[in-house]
Design a protein around this ligand. Sequence first.
Ligand code: DX5
Ligand code: ZN
Length: 219
Amino acid sequence: MSGIISPSILSADYTNLERDVKLVEAAGAEYLHIDVMDGQFVPAISYGPNWVKQLRPETDLVLDVHLMVQNPERFVDAFADAGSDIIGVHVEATPHIHRALQMIKQKGVKAEVVINPGTPVSAIESVLHMVDQVLVMTVNPGFGGQKFLPETLEKIEQLKTFKEEKELNFDIEIDGGVNDKTIAAAYEAGANVFVAGSYVYDKVDPAAKIKLLKALTKD
Ligand code: DX5
Ligand code: ZN
């Protein structure tokens, strides 16, 4: 088995979005990562639920929606109704992370909790029993094309140990600076879902890049 690849369409060509989605789907990516930004939790603004709704019928890929928004519970229902398969909420963005995750699960969508590079694993321990996926940010959120932060590897290891000790079943995803040089260390540490934006989309041959990332995360 190899790692699951979740190409981030933040780095895709929006004037050729359908082509860029089909391309990664044909190359063997399983997920499509959608970065939702509100101009508050992070400086940039990106897409809303209607955008996800229009994309939904165009692809069979798992829509992996990363909400970089303040008080994400305000938007959970809209993104779930738009056809998201996974919804991720940042623990730093709400005083009610437990409620936000409950809301996602109530909609029948996979629930993900997200931590920034400056947030320790201890901040999410009490909700790990209720999530399907944990996203460890390996850059500070907000922009594609940043450098992978190696100090985040320790948190991936901690999550893996916690998961084994408590016999939990969540996936461990990483996001930011993933490429052919950085993916193996994260895989070794225990990550099994890998977001990749600029590495996949910025230069030539996205399909070959996806295949390489999968080869580098094979048992
Ligand atoms: C960063 C976003 C990422 C971004 C990753 O805030 O959450 O998903 O698209 O881009 P790369 O792979 O270029 O670091
Ligand atoms: Zn993301």
